[in-house]
Design a protein around this ligand. Sequence first.
Ligand code: AGP
Length: 366
Amino acid sequence: GTWDTGGHPHYLLKEIAEQPATVARTLSGRLDERFATAHLGGLNLGPRELREIRRVKILGCGSAYYAGEMGAQLIEELARVPAHAEPASEFRYRNPVIEGDTLYVAVSQSGETYDTLAAVQEIRRKGGRVIGIVNTVGSAIARECDGGVYLHAGPEVSVASTKAFTSTAVAFALLALHFGRVHDLSPADGRRICAGLKALPGQIEEILAGREEIERLAAEYARHDGMMFVGRVRGWPVAREGAQKLKEISYIHAEAYPASELKHGPLALISPALPTLAVVPDDELLEKNLTTLGEIRARGGRVLMVGHRRPDARLAEDVIVVPRGEPELDPILLTVPLQLFAYAAAVALGRDVDRPRNLAKSVTVE
Ligand code: AGP
């Protein structure tokens, strides 16, 4: 059940392990393979209204914000509508310009995060249209929104978000597919994405089966005081979320940078004392990413690459190979080994995995 760890040593591991099922629940009844689209009954937006949307602005805090960054990429890739994520906490304090042809999307596992709720209220006060991607049915944010998508991931108990993160990314993929098919996404591409989504639970299962090797690596890397996380474009939100997870539960200092930004400053940090976890999907940026790994190695930095194939041994000491799906959906799969890595690092250091210091599960105050 929800309120026991189901034989796992921690809720966090239970929730990581649940993801094949929780992702399947987020997808359940929503894929229409005949018309190569997604059905989202709670959206309250018809095709004509959707076509009038010129921009998408996504708001959330912490991991919900990083999941929103993944979502913005999915919407831009599949629907070719400009989309951008911003921390809800910043948005609400900066007197935001609210536009009639923008769709606002609030993201929250708990549905009770005060900063996100305040952002939603500000949008509504100014006449904007806001939908929610929320896990908790009937929560404050869900009630404030004009419509939305429920995750159906079940209650998340551990403070660090895992299953809600992947389900949020899947909900965005469904939204992007639906939105894309109202715009110019072809039926063939729509079918490709439907098939890719259906394959996710089985692929997550495969990643979970490789847990022991990830645990072994995490225990080694946990001997360092800090880590760099890098990724480019599709790998970037994955790297941000991976760094957040590591610092949140292991208290190891973790910096996330776009791989392309390293040479503009943080490369000065690279040394044998600061290893790098690099998220390297096998996409059109593979060569660029491998060049970055070479630059890190040349400064004596140890590299753990998470990607789809083993590169030249000189570029990465350690590699976690993840099953490959549709390129647009790969960030979802690449996230899972980073969850296991953070979990195992925290366990190796004897941390209070489910209740990290200084943090609350949902931040319901200003
Ligand atoms: C995630 O691991 C964190 N505990 C935190 O960043 C969290 O995602 C954030 O506070 C937002 O919570 P919400 O999804 O319930 O709104």
